[in-house]
Write a protein that binds this ligand. Structure first.
Ligand SMILES: C[S@@+](CC[C@H](N)C(=O)[O-])C[C@H]1O[C@@H](n2cnc3c(N)ncnc32)[C@H](O)[C@@H]1O
Length: 240
């Protein structure tokens, strides 16, 4: 698996590219981001008064869309280059971007009404890091708040991803040779991304008194075939 530094170097490269690129490494149309942000904003239940944290915000493409439905959005990214680009492009009183790491969030406990971490946990060094990150996401969420933990590759869909989707997905056929040369070795090595045991993760949240809804990812590139999004309600009273 790539180390944290290797992942950071990979994402640093996005700062000088089209801000609409997604995991495929290819730009995605604005209208697709609009639709994705709308669905995720609905799942978060945004109604205009929330303070929202977006962890792994990249260049703020989704974060800024949620700003229209919240009191304030704060985007953080471990790539200083991406965080700086987001702040330069979108920053203001109601939209703030800074460099920080998911497993060490520089915010007070309970500081946010809603926390989003979409399409990030799959590119972490290992599951121990992912566990620390999830702990941090829950810590900075206020009691009664909502965590959207999104686009987690579902381990139960791994075989399907390799055997069918990679070969048949339209984005794969359209992908340039550079994207393919990055993806193909993954296929051979059975992937560099993290795959999640989602039933175990749901149980883990339940043990902390959270309620969890599991959704197929909204239609966006090909994610929905093998990724799920968890919408986690933190209990109003936190269990010890
Ligand atoms: C695939 S992009 C997703 C961006 C955005 N959330 C979206 O869905 O459009 C993953 C982002 O997470 C950031 N990231 C990855 N690991 C991180 C970590 N450990 N801490 C903070 N940000 C991280 C990367 O720099 C990158 O910008």
């Amino acid at each position: 698996m790539p180390t944290l530094q290797q992942w950071r170097k990979f994402y640093d490269g996005w700062a000088t590219r089209d801000p609409r690129i997604a995991s495929t490494g290819l730009p995605v149309a604005d209208a697709e981001f609009d639709r994705l942000a709308a669905v995720l904003g609905d799942w978060l239940g945004l109604c205009g008064h929330e303070r929202v944290l977006d962890v792994g915000c990249a260049s703020g493409t989704l974060t800024t869309r949620w700003a229209e439905r919240a009191r304030q959005v704060v985007g953080i990214d471990f790539s200083r280059a991406l965080a700086a680009a987001a702040q330069a492009r979108h920053g203001g009183a109601a939209r703030q971007f800074a460099a920080a790491e998911a497993a060490a969030l520089p915010f007070a406990t309970g500081a946010f009404d809603a926390v989003v971490c979409f399409n990030v946990l799959l590119s972490l060094p290992d599951h121990d890091y992912a566990q620390r990150a999830v702990g941090e996401l829950l810590r900075v969420l206020r009691p009664g708040g909502t965590l959207l933990l999104g686009s987690l590759p579902d381990a139960r869909c791994q075989q399907r991803f390799f055997d069918v989707l990679l070969a048949e997905a339209p984005w794969w056929r359209r992908a340039g040779s550079r994207a393919k040369s990055w993806l193909l070795p993954q296929r051979e090595r059975r992937t560099q991304i993290l795959w999640f045991d989602l039933p175990a993760l749901v149980q883990q949240f339940a043990a902390h008194g959270c309620t969890v809804a599991v959704h197929d990812d909204p239609p966006f590139t090909n994610y929905r075939h093998y990724r799920k999004t968890l919408v986690v309600q933190k209990p109003a009273e936190v269990r010890a």
